[in-house]
Design a protein. Structure first.
Length: 560
């Protein structure tokens, strides 16, 4: 079975001789699929739709219970006799298996019988079972409950006694005042001694009550300590064994490059600010390149696509192409592509270099501009050109923060900027208080059935694939967008978008997510499909002038 699985080179079913090969290999983190990759992907997709060798619920037949989509990859290669074909791979496991006919094997197969992973994983599972047995023990939970009850009861009884003693102390004080005025000196001394004795008795009774309860609580705490100490020991052992297992697993994932250099995950992530995420090394792209280098194939072009229902947090459209993720794959693929001619990284190129920044309005306090698509709002890591740097050049005497709000690089439209600190502070306050009204024009893929609505999907950054955003109800920040349909065709819908909040990529995610409009904005290269431009434009901006407080409204129509 394994020998057959290793024969993964697939010849194209249709003639490809008239298709020119790319001069450079695909830059895997941002690309448009080469024609050969598109053909290979369609052939693989047809196979996925027709095969019956294994069963996996992709959620494509209406059965969304336990459905899970999957990332697949194709790598166009040349074999050692000059034939052009392709390799196929899937990320992670497919139908709970690592090996399937026609797909390249994993770099390291943790599911092989008698593998150290299964043995060590069983040991960790045994620790988990003991932890669960302890935490679910009736005796352990009875002690915890009794301790909690005793603490509450002791607190109540001590409080009640203290209140009683306080009332008696007030009464003794009143007796002394009255006795001083009506009794002889000797009589007062005798009364005072009697009252002092009561005071001492009260203190002793309170002290005894506290000691009694403390003794009972200490006994229970000691019993609980025995359990908790065992739990802490087990959890520390589990953590140690898990970390050691993870390190040993990552040692097995050894990746080649075209020069024959080999490095494992531990070495590749040595200088990374974050440890390797779970599943590192299991993505389709590293699998494909590893198989190609190990079998003397020459990589030509790469593409990865999503197949099946979208996850609940990420945005993945069925059949769409996606780049390799940064968190898991960037260190690995950087090593694997060493020595190869690779397409330029577009992040180092400035697509807005020749685009004009139009000034809509200016006075001594503010300037309102129409930002072209692909111009940064502020300088980026690799590109300095931005709205901020251009305004600083045009208004050299501007001071303070200048930038009050931002638009995504790919979004065009209206921005207001402050020319001094007082104006900046006033505008910033209006944004914080949500007094500034913004409206965007967008064109999304698909025909909407409703005419308006509100989307409330909380957002947070994808820690393993920035700058992408995730919908996350646990850690995400609240985000709200009101939308209104303007017009529609069978292919597209034009609408207004009014964000109440200003989260990163809010409008793009709210449109594309399955629980939003489920229709990405046309030209969205992160959450949909790339086009000439992102069809998102900030077309209306309304605020109070930061100095005169006059109501100001600006309108700038989109060019799409």
């Amino acid at each position: 079975m394994t020998e057959k699985l290793l024969n993964c080179f697939t010849r194209f079913k249709q003639p490809i001789t008239d298709i020119e090969l790319p001069k450079r290999f695909t830059f895997p983190f941002y690309y448009q699929p080469h024609a050969l990759c598109e053909i290979a992907a369609k052939e693989l997709q047809q196979h996925l739709s027709e095969q019956n060798q294994w069963q996996h619920n992709f959620g494509l037949l209406g059965n969304e219970d336990n459905a899970s989509g999957k990332m697949f990859g194709v790598l166009v290669v040349k074999n050692n006799v000059g034939d052009i074909g392709y390799l196929a791979a899937f990320s992670g496991k497919l139908a709970n298996k690592n090996l399937h006919k026609g797909f390249v094997p994993p770099v390291f197969d943790m599911l092989v019988k008698d593998n150290f992973f299964l043995t060590e994983q069983q040991a960790i599972n045994d620790i988990n079972d003991e932890i669960n047995t302890l935490t679910e023990s009736p005796k352990f939970n009875a002690i915890k409950q009794q301790l909690s009850d005793n603490i509450a009861t002791s607190s109540f009884e001590i409080s009640q006694l203290q209140q009683k003693h306080t009332a008696e102390r007030k009464e003794r004080k009143a007796q002394r005042v009255l006795a001083k005025a009506s009794m002889t000196a000797d009589g007062y001394i005798q009364l005072d001694e009697s009252l002092n004795a009561k005071s001492i008795a009260n203190k002793n009774s309170l002290k005894m009550l506290k000691a009694t309860w403390q003794n009972e609580i200490s006994k229970l705490e000691q019993k609980l300590f025995t359990y908790n100490n065992r739990l802490d020991t087990l959890k520390a052992l589990r953590r140690t064994r898990s970390n050691a297992l993870q390190k040993k697993i990552f040692e097995q994932y050894q990746f080649l490059n075209i020069k024959g250099d080999k490095k494992d995950i531990n070495e590749l992530f040595k200088n990374s600010p974050h440890p390797p995420p779970a599943g590192t090394g299991e993505c389709a792209a590293p699998k494909l390149l590893q198989y190609a280098f190990a079998n003397n194939f020459t990589p030509i072009a790469l593409a990865e696509f999503w197949w099946g229902a979208s996850p609940k947090s990420e945005i993945r459209q069925h059949g769409n192409y996606y780049p390799a993720c940064n968190g898991k794959c960037q260190p690995i693929l950087t090593h694997m592509l060493e020595g190869m001619l690779v397409d330029n990284n577009p992040m180092f190129e400035n697509p807005a270099q020749e685009k004009h920044l139009t000034i809509i309005y200016q006075d001594n306090d503010i300037v309102v501009v129409n930002k072209p698509a692909e111009l940064l709002s502020v300088p980026g890591k690799n590109i300095n050109d931005s709205v901020l740097t251009r305004i600083q050049q045009l208004f050299p005497h501007a001071s303070g923060g200048i930038i009050v709000h931002r638009l995504d690089m790919s979004t065009s439209g209206l921005m207001v900027l402050a020319l001094h600190s007082r104006a900046h502070k006033s505008l910033q306050k209006q944004f914080i208080n949500r007094e500034i009204k913004k409206r965007y024009m967008a064109v999304i893929a698909g025909e909407l059935s409703k005419t308006s609505g509100i989307i409330t999907l909380p957002l947070r950054g994808d820690l393993h694939d920035r700058p992408r955003q995730l919908v996350c109800y646990e850690h995400g920040k609240s985000a709200e967008t009101t939308w209104q349909l303007i017009s529609k065709t069978a292919q597209h819908s034009r609408l207004y978008l009014s964000p109440k909040t200003g989260r990163t990529h809010q409008l793009r995610v709210h449109c594309a997510h399955i629980n939003g409009l489920n229709s990405p904005i046309v030209g969205d290269d992160l959450y949909g499909k790339k086009a000439k431009r992102l069809h998102l434009h900030a077309e209306s901006l309304e605020f109070n002038h930061p100095i005169t407080r006059a109501k100001m409204h600006f309108q700038c129509d989109a060019d799409f």
